[in-house]
Design a protein around this ligand. Structure first.
Ligand code: G4P
Length: 531
């Protein structure tokens, strides 16, 4: 076994998913606080002004005051080296948000206790399910009036189709929030509203058997309610089963308040115990073991213009096996080129650190001369590894795009193709009409602005975007067996193709999808394109 096995086994790499405003940023800040990575909470990315300081790589970000990029944070906590993959938290999130999940070994799902499962959580959750990665749920904002706890769990089970197992249980909420009951320890941890930014402080742990003290501290009525709920819970909830958690079938649920820093460290500790270090990953012919194999990585994100002065492109890679040594030559599998990775760096929220080494589980950013595409593999020259591609995620907004000046067709095509190669947009064409018009699909509408901005600024091409009414796209899984010309769809269905001539269907609503499937027996549609 390689002597860096210990380093790799210390790694925990996870993504945080939530609907905007559920408290993802606040929770991340508190995690970092425990890791000692920052002294003051609030320095990850505060709202408004502070956020600009973090990633002002593009004017659009400044104008809108939102973060388009996702960043990676690394910190140490006890014996673990933690990589948090942050995802853009605005409604206008992009395909990058989905791709980030491809680089994570597990996901933390933050839910606002007064809102329950929200739209964006649902979408990101689907990707976690597809990957079968473990999901840990943190139900946040218990210091505010919350929905009924049983209802919240029910909602997660019904809406997301995953069994839940509460690891702890809240006692009241809002002004009546008294703390949590830790089921394993059979003890109540009393709520203390520690100051923003300080570590969890005054909370005390009282065994559930110490009725007298509990009555004093949390009151008689809340205690009786808790006892009832515990009884109900012990009878009704799924048993804790680590195997099921790791297969992504069961989500451990925790309650707390990120803002007042309550329940966060308990969550972090349990999470680190339950989550796995980097696991073997599927290459075309076999499984690549993170410890036994030499260095290998795959590209999950390409970011253009990180540094405006240099118009650079950075490819983000997830290391899947071995140790990365910056002095060593590596092979870009798709082109066969052997080279040294240029300026390998760890991209933190507000700083970039040049790296000399990194390990399986880590994310590195390297300067990309235009060679890398999403899903590409990099490994040692002698290795035979080629990771499976990253699926294409369904865009939800579509527009016809044309250049205003017809003479600029060439630049226009070059621009949209390059931006599509980076994975910021997907481009399609009409199916069999001979029309050359380009249809662009994006996951978040902000990407349309990004496209317009970049074509004007980098390619000197002004464009016109005409929105199309479609919201759903489906890849045809069994395209060899289907005669597309005779497909009987609904009147609002549109046939298109991607640049590799793969046929796809656009729909205005879910109903049309169902109808089309009904009318064409044997037709297999998919929400994910093969990578
Ligand atoms: P996000 O990254 O998921 O979008 O959420 P973020 O952490 O930015 O939190 C959204 C808002 O919710 C923030 O308030 C934040 O302070 C608040 N919040 C987060 N966790 C809790 C919690 O446990 N309890 C309560 N009561 N509030 C919480 P804001 O007013 O939008 O921003 P700010 O001015 O406080 O920064």
């Amino acid at each position: 076994m390689a002597n860096y096995a210990e380093e790799i086994n210390k790694r925990r790499t996870f993504a945080i998913i939530s609907h905007p405003d559920a408290g993802k940023t606040t929770l991340t800040e508190k995690f970092l606080l425990y890791g000692g990575a920052i002294n003051l909470a609030g320095s990850v990315k505060g709202k408004a002004t502070a956020r600009h300081a973090v990633s002002d790589w593009m004017e659009i970000e400044k104008e809108r005051g939102i973060s388009v990029t996702s960043s990676v944070l690394q910190f140490q906590y006890h014996d673990c080296c933690i990589n948090i993959l942050d995802t853009p938290g605005h409604q206008d999130f992009s395909e990058d948000t989905y791709r980030t999940l491809m680089a994570a070994d597990s996901a933390v799902m933050v839910i606002d206790a007064s809102k329950g499962v929200e739209a964006q959580t649902r979408k990101l959750f689907k990707v976690c399910v597809m990957r079968k990665i473990p999901i840990f749920t943190f139900i946040n904002k218990m210091d505010r009036d919350a929905n009924d706890t049983f209802d919240l769990l029910d909602e997660i089970e019904k809406e997301l189709g995953i069994a839940t197992c509460p690891v702890n249980w809240p006692i009241g909420s809002g002004k009546e929030f008294k703390g949590i009951y830790a089921r394993n320890e059979q003890a109540v941890i009393t709520y203390s509203d520690t100051e923003k930014g300080t570590k969890e402080g005054e909370a005390t742990e009282i065994p559930i058997t110490d009725r007298e003290k509990l009555e004093q501290v949390i009151g008689q009525a809340p205690l009786e309610k808790l006892e009832e709920e515990i009884e109900l819970l012990d009878g009704a909830s799924a048993d804790f089963d680590l195997d099921e958690v790791r297969k992504g079938n069961l989500t451990p649920v925790f309650f707390g308040s990120a803002l007042t820093n309550f329940g966060v460290e308990i969550f972090l500790q349990h999470f680190l115990d339950m989550a796995t270090p980097p696991l073997p990953r599927k290459s075309q012919d076999n499984l690549v073991d993170p410890v036994e194999n030499d260095f290998s990585a795959f590209v999950f994100k390409i970011q253009a213009n990180m540094n405006k002065a240099h118009r650079d492109r950075v490819a983000f890679m997830r290391i899947c096996s071995g140790r990365f040594d910056a002095t060593q030559e590596v092979k870009h599998v798709q082109s066969g080129k052997v080279m040294r990775l240029s300026q390998p760096q760890q991209i933190m929220a507000d700083e970039r650190k040049i790296l000399t080494e990194a390990f399986a589980g880590d994310i590195i950013g390297v300067f990309d001369p235009g060679m890398f595409s999403i899903g590409d593999t990099v490994c040692l020259p002698k290795s035979q590894i080629c990771y499976e591609g990253i699926p294409t995620f369904a865009p939800e907004h579509f527009a016809r795009v044309r250049q205003v000046d017809t003479m600029k067709r060439k630049q226009f095509m070059k621009g949209v193709s390059q931006i599509a190669q980076e994975g910021a947009i997907q481009i399609f064409q009409e199916f069999n009409t001979g029309m050359e018009e380009i249809i662009v699909g994006v996951v978040g509408v902000l990407q349309f602005d990004v496209l317009k901005y970049r074509l004007e600024n980098e390619y000197n091409v002004e464009i016109r975007l005409d929105p199309l009414p479609y919201e759903h796209i489906r890849w045809i899984e069994n395209k060899e067996e289907v005669d597309l010309n005779n497909l009987s769809g609904t009147s609002d269905m549109k046939k298109i193709k991607d640049l590799k001539d793969n046929p796809l269907l656009l729909f205005v609503n879910e109903w049309s999808i169902g109808m089309t499937l009904d009318r064409n027996k044997g037709l297999q549609l998919s929400e994910f394109g093969r990578g």
